[in-house]
Design a protein around this ligand. Structure first.
Ligand code: MN
Length: 341
């Protein structure tokens, strides 16, 4: 732990057992509070994103606190809440039930109902936690876990900021009505937000894996949803358009207040090789950073965020490249939420 008598040196190596980014802020003192939600029960392809928050905590100790774009972000105070034992337990139970439901076919209905019941409670819990922190005046970032955990966080934010829009970075549209029978599947994350909250604007970027019904939904809901397909953006970039022009067109669709829902698989999978459902294509690290910068440079405010689907890929959290990238995106997100405050 840090010696209370010695002034904090932002350039020193993070001390063992220190908090996120090597900081020692208590949640009370921190301007930004991060809520870990270690949940990955409905992940369909590859699990392990429940370890995302722990892995990013470990990797964050390697992130230089002086950010080359924004400077001394850490001075605002950033604290990661502790994971509750209950959250881990709930994930274990839900995971086993989800597996049973998948394997049992029609007879899996009871298991499926139980998964839906457990996940509904989980989202209510995230909502209550985020709502309480917002009421205490904190900036809140939610760390998954699978993308479905964003629901409660967005619900709490839209309650406080009714005119906000969501900037959704993802390889997947996540607009499926249901996936594998799960009401709260990761593949339905944003559909649930649109169906169950009064969110007015959703702008999607990076999307390159999408179902026919999802595209039909986007077409029918043009007033609320704008989807920038990765393939179309890439084609324009490869034909000579600048990313500055593209990001201006994306941001134009957003209102003054913006919540960022960042699924790490929006990035090129070479930056997140172990994520649950990787898809070729996607944003470079610099494009993602530039897009976030363009949001705040336009005078818009980022009111909160979630970062999901970061998967360490092995038990060796310290060596995980996925977590390394995740921690760096996390620091950028923290910095961007501090602009115009
Ligand atoms: Mn995704």
């Amino acid at each position: 732990m840090t010696d209370a008598n010695k002034p904090f040196d932002p350039d020193a190596p993070a001390s063992e057992g220190s908090g996120i980014f090597g900081l020692d802020h208590t949640p009370e003192r921190a301007r930004i509070v991060l809520v870990p939600v270690p949940f990955d029960a409905t992940t369909s392809y590859r699990q392990g994103t429940a370890d995302g928050p722990t892995a990013m905590l470990a990797a964050s100790h390697q992130v230089d606190l002086y950010d080359t774009e924004m400077g001394a972000i850490h001075e605002a105070g950033i604290a990661l809440l502790e994971e509750t034992d209950e959250a881990r337990h709930v994930n274990g139970v839900a995971r086993a039930l989800a597996e049973a439901a998948r394997n049992a076919g029609d007879e899996g209905t009871r298991a499926l109902d139980e998964v839906n019941r457990i996940t509904t409670r989980l989202h209510e819990g995230v909502y209550a936690r985020v709502q309480a922190l917002l009421k205490a005046g904190k900036i809140v970032g939610t760390l998954g876990g699978e993308h479905s955990v964003a629901f409660g966080a967005i619900q709490a934010h839209v309650e406080k900021y009714p005119d906000m829009g969501v900037l959704h970075l993802d390889a997947h549209a996540d607009l499926r009505l249901r996936f594998e029978g799960f009401e709260w599947s990761h593949a339905s994350a944003l559909r649930n937000v649109l169906d169950k909250t009064p969110l007015k604007t959703l702008v999607q970027v990076g999307i390159r894996d999408v179902g026919q019904s999802e595209m039909a939904y986007v077409d029918e809901n043009g007033a609320r949803v704008r989807t920038f397909l990765d393939q179309q953006v890439a084609e324009r970039l490869l034909s000579g358009a600048t990313f500055a022009t593209m990001s201006a067109q994306i941001i134009e669709r957003l209102p003054q207040q913006v919540y960022v829902s960042f699924d790490i698989d929006a990035l090129d999978p070479c930056l997140c090789p172990n994520t649950g459902t990787p898809v070729p294509g996607g944003l470079s690290f610099h494009q993602a950073c530039m897009l976030l910068k363009a949001v705040t440079d336009s005078g818009r405010q980022i009111v909160g965020f979630d970062l999901t689907e970061v998967t360490p890929g092995s038990d060796d959290f310290e060596g995980s490249f996925d977590a390394n990238v995740g921690a760096r995106i996390l620091y950028k997100l923290c910095g961007r939420t501090l602009q115009h405050r």
